[in-house]
Design a protein around this ligand. Structure first.
Ligand code: G6P
Ligand code: MG
Length: 212
Protein backbone atom coordinates (compact mmCIF):
# COMPACT_ATOMS: atom_id res chain seq x y z
CA UNK A 1 0.00 0.00 0.00
CA UNK A 2 1.27 3.46 -0.86
CA UNK A 3 0.98 6.21 1.70
CA UNK A 4 1.02 8.86 -1.09
CA UNK A 5 0.00 9.02 -4.73
CA UNK A 6 2.66 11.48 -5.78
CA UNK A 7 6.13 12.69 -4.79
CA UNK A 8 7.35 16.21 -5.58
CA UNK A 9 11.13 16.59 -5.54
CA UNK A 10 13.12 19.73 -5.10
CA UNK A 11 16.04 19.51 -7.55
CA UNK A 12 19.20 21.26 -6.27
CA UNK A 13 20.43 19.50 -3.13
CA UNK A 14 17.93 16.63 -3.45
CA UNK A 15 18.45 14.94 -6.83
CA UNK A 16 21.76 16.62 -7.64
CA UNK A 17 24.37 18.97 -6.19
CA UNK A 18 24.79 22.33 -7.88
CA UNK A 19 25.87 24.31 -4.77
CA UNK A 20 29.49 24.55 -5.89
CA UNK A 21 28.55 25.76 -9.37
CA UNK A 22 26.26 28.41 -7.89
CA UNK A 23 29.10 29.38 -5.54
CA UNK A 24 31.72 29.67 -8.28
CA UNK A 25 29.45 31.75 -10.51
CA UNK A 26 28.29 34.10 -7.71
CA UNK A 27 31.88 34.38 -6.41
CA UNK A 28 33.16 35.51 -9.83
CA UNK A 29 30.40 38.13 -10.04
CA UNK A 30 30.90 39.32 -6.44
CA UNK A 31 34.69 39.60 -6.92
CA UNK A 32 34.14 41.73 -9.99
CA UNK A 33 31.84 44.03 -7.99
CA UNK A 34 34.26 44.08 -5.05
CA UNK A 35 31.60 42.58 -2.76
CA UNK A 36 32.57 40.08 -0.05
CA UNK A 37 31.12 36.59 -0.60
CA UNK A 38 31.87 33.26 1.04
CA UNK A 39 30.50 29.72 1.49
CA UNK A 40 28.46 30.74 4.55
CA UNK A 41 26.61 33.35 2.52
CA UNK A 42 26.26 30.78 -0.30
CA UNK A 43 24.48 28.44 2.15
CA UNK A 44 21.80 31.10 2.62
CA UNK A 45 20.99 30.92 -1.11
CA UNK A 46 19.65 27.36 -1.01
CA UNK A 47 16.11 27.27 -2.40
CA UNK A 48 16.15 31.05 -2.89
CA UNK A 49 15.33 32.46 -6.37
CA UNK A 50 18.07 34.05 -8.49
CA UNK A 51 17.00 37.66 -7.88
CA UNK A 52 16.44 37.10 -4.15
CA UNK A 53 19.91 35.47 -4.02
CA UNK A 54 21.40 38.60 -5.58
CA UNK A 55 19.69 40.76 -2.94
CA UNK A 56 21.34 38.64 -0.21
CA UNK A 57 24.76 39.01 -1.90
CA UNK A 58 24.34 42.77 -2.28
CA UNK A 59 23.67 43.15 1.48
CA UNK A 60 27.49 43.33 1.70
CA UNK A 61 27.78 46.13 -0.85
CA UNK A 62 28.08 49.77 0.20
CA UNK A 63 26.45 51.06 -2.97
CA UNK A 64 22.96 50.60 -4.37
CA UNK A 65 22.11 49.17 -7.78
CA UNK A 66 19.32 49.98 -10.20
CA UNK A 67 16.90 47.27 -11.32
CA UNK A 68 18.63 47.24 -14.75
CA UNK A 69 22.04 46.78 -13.12
CA UNK A 70 20.72 43.95 -10.96
CA UNK A 71 19.21 42.22 -13.97
CA UNK A 72 22.53 42.49 -15.82
CA UNK A 73 24.45 41.07 -12.85
CA UNK A 74 21.98 38.16 -12.51
CA UNK A 75 22.23 37.46 -16.25
CA UNK A 76 26.03 37.43 -16.07
CA UNK A 77 25.91 35.02 -13.12
CA UNK A 78 23.51 32.77 -14.98
CA UNK A 79 25.75 32.66 -18.08
CA UNK A 80 28.70 31.57 -15.95
CA UNK A 81 26.51 29.08 -14.05
CA UNK A 82 25.20 27.49 -17.25
CA UNK A 83 28.75 27.12 -18.58
CA UNK A 84 29.63 25.26 -15.38
CA UNK A 85 26.52 23.06 -15.68
CA UNK A 86 28.05 21.59 -18.85
CA UNK A 87 30.33 19.67 -16.44
CA UNK A 88 27.28 17.70 -15.27
CA UNK A 89 26.42 14.36 -16.83
CA UNK A 90 24.30 11.28 -16.03
CA UNK A 91 27.27 10.16 -13.88
CA UNK A 92 26.27 12.91 -11.40
CA UNK A 93 23.04 11.06 -10.64
CA UNK A 94 23.82 8.68 -7.78
CA UNK A 95 22.86 5.00 -8.01
CA UNK A 96 20.79 5.51 -4.85
CA UNK A 97 18.74 8.32 -6.39
CA UNK A 98 18.32 6.45 -9.66
CA UNK A 99 17.20 3.17 -8.09
CA UNK A 100 14.88 4.89 -5.59
CA UNK A 101 13.15 6.86 -8.37
CA UNK A 102 12.66 3.61 -10.27
CA UNK A 103 11.19 1.81 -7.24
CA UNK A 104 8.77 4.67 -6.52
CA UNK A 105 7.65 4.77 -10.14
CA UNK A 106 7.22 0.97 -10.27
CA UNK A 107 5.00 1.26 -7.17
CA UNK A 108 2.66 3.49 -9.18
CA UNK A 109 3.57 6.84 -7.67
CA UNK A 110 3.46 9.94 -9.86
CA UNK A 111 6.76 11.82 -9.73
CA UNK A 112 7.20 15.59 -10.19
CA UNK A 113 9.78 18.33 -9.79
CA UNK A 114 9.12 21.42 -7.65
CA UNK A 115 12.18 23.68 -7.97
CA UNK A 116 12.76 27.44 -7.88
CA UNK A 117 15.40 27.07 -10.60
CA UNK A 118 14.82 28.43 -14.08
CA UNK A 119 17.53 26.01 -15.21
CA UNK A 120 15.54 22.93 -14.12
CA UNK A 121 14.95 21.45 -17.59
CA UNK A 122 18.57 22.04 -18.61
CA UNK A 123 19.86 20.32 -15.44
CA UNK A 124 17.45 17.37 -15.88
CA UNK A 125 18.73 16.93 -19.44
CA UNK A 126 22.35 17.01 -18.25
CA UNK A 127 21.46 14.26 -15.73
CA UNK A 128 19.73 12.12 -18.37
CA UNK A 129 16.32 12.75 -16.74
CA UNK A 130 14.93 15.03 -19.45
CA UNK A 131 11.88 12.85 -20.10
CA UNK A 132 11.60 11.09 -16.76
CA UNK A 133 9.17 13.13 -14.63
CA UNK A 134 5.37 13.18 -14.93
CA UNK A 135 5.33 16.94 -14.28
CA UNK A 136 7.76 19.82 -13.84
CA UNK A 137 6.96 22.95 -11.84
CA UNK A 138 9.92 25.32 -11.70
CA UNK A 139 11.15 28.92 -11.66
CA UNK A 140 9.65 29.50 -15.11
CA UNK A 141 6.01 28.98 -14.04
CA UNK A 142 5.92 30.69 -10.63
CA UNK A 143 5.57 34.28 -9.51
CA UNK A 144 6.34 33.67 -5.82
CA UNK A 145 9.41 31.95 -4.40
CA UNK A 146 9.62 29.39 -1.55
CA UNK A 147 8.57 29.63 1.34
CA UNK A 148 5.44 30.44 -0.67
CA UNK A 149 3.85 27.09 -1.63
CA UNK A 150 3.12 28.06 -5.26
CA UNK A 151 5.79 25.87 -6.88
CA UNK A 152 4.47 22.76 -5.09
CA UNK A 153 0.79 23.65 -5.48
CA UNK A 154 1.33 23.93 -9.24
CA UNK A 155 3.29 20.65 -9.34
CA UNK A 156 0.36 18.89 -7.62
CA UNK A 157 -2.07 20.51 -10.08
CA UNK A 158 0.07 19.35 -13.02
CA UNK A 159 -0.09 15.80 -11.56
CA UNK A 160 -3.84 16.10 -10.98
CA UNK A 161 -3.44 15.30 -7.27
CA UNK A 162 -4.53 17.06 -4.08
CA UNK A 163 -1.67 18.30 -1.83
CA UNK A 164 -2.51 15.80 0.93
CA UNK A 165 -1.89 12.96 -1.55
CA UNK A 166 1.66 14.20 -2.27
CA UNK A 167 4.96 14.11 -0.38
CA UNK A 168 7.45 16.98 -0.89
CA UNK A 169 11.17 16.15 -0.67
CA UNK A 170 13.43 19.09 0.26
CA UNK A 171 16.91 20.07 1.46
CA UNK A 172 16.09 23.69 2.42
CA UNK A 173 14.14 25.04 5.37
CA UNK A 174 12.28 27.47 3.06
CA UNK A 175 11.17 24.42 1.06
CA UNK A 176 9.72 22.66 4.12
CA UNK A 177 7.92 25.88 5.09
CA UNK A 178 6.49 26.02 1.55
CA UNK A 179 5.32 22.40 1.82
CA UNK A 180 3.66 23.09 5.21
CA UNK A 181 1.96 26.23 3.88
CA UNK A 182 0.55 24.28 0.94
CA UNK A 183 -0.78 21.39 3.04
CA UNK A 184 1.86 18.87 1.89
CA UNK A 185 3.68 16.32 4.02
CA UNK A 186 7.44 16.71 3.75
CA UNK A 187 10.63 14.65 3.90
CA UNK A 188 13.85 16.54 4.62
CA UNK A 189 17.53 15.98 3.87
CA UNK A 190 20.42 17.97 5.38
CA UNK A 191 19.34 21.13 7.24
CA UNK A 192 15.72 20.47 6.17
CA UNK A 193 15.66 17.25 8.22
CA UNK A 194 15.17 19.29 11.40
CA UNK A 195 11.95 20.82 10.09
CA UNK A 196 10.35 18.06 8.03
CA UNK A 197 7.67 15.57 9.00
CA UNK A 198 10.05 12.78 7.95
CA UNK A 199 13.71 13.55 8.69
CA UNK A 200 16.00 11.58 6.36
CA UNK A 201 19.68 10.74 6.40
CA UNK A 202 19.66 9.37 2.88
CA UNK A 203 17.48 9.48 -0.23
CA UNK A 204 16.74 5.74 -0.22
CA UNK A 205 14.64 6.13 2.96
CA UNK A 206 11.89 7.48 0.71
CA UNK A 207 10.92 3.91 -0.18
CA UNK A 208 9.88 3.21 3.43
CA UNK A 209 8.27 6.62 3.85
CA UNK A 210 6.12 6.30 0.72
CA UNK A 211 5.20 2.63 0.96
CA UNK A 212 3.76 0.80 3.94
C1 G6P B 1 17.44 26.48 -6.43
C2 G6P B 1 18.77 26.62 -5.71
C3 G6P B 1 19.07 28.09 -5.43
C4 G6P B 1 18.95 28.91 -6.71
C5 G6P B 1 17.56 28.76 -7.29
C6 G6P B 1 17.39 29.54 -8.59
O1 G6P B 1 16.40 26.71 -5.55
O2 G6P B 1 18.76 25.92 -4.48
O3 G6P B 1 20.36 28.19 -4.88
O4 G6P B 1 19.23 30.28 -6.44
O5 G6P B 1 17.32 27.38 -7.54
O6 G6P B 1 18.20 28.97 -9.57
P1 G6P B 1 18.39 29.48 -11.04
O7 G6P B 1 18.97 28.28 -11.74
O8 G6P B 1 17.05 29.87 -11.58
O9 G6P B 1 19.32 30.64 -11.00
MG1 MG C 1 17.19 22.56 -2.76
Amino acid sequence: MNRYQGVIFDLDGVLCFTDQYHYQAWKAVADQLGVYFDQTINNRLRGVSRMDSLEIILERSDRTFTTEEKEAIAAQKNDLYRQLLHNMSPADLSDEVKSTLQVLRAAGLKLAIGSSSKNTRFILERLGLGDFFDAISDGTNITRSKPDPQVFTMAAEFLGLAPEKCLVVEDARAGIEAADAGGFDSAGLGEAADFARYPMKSFGELKDICME
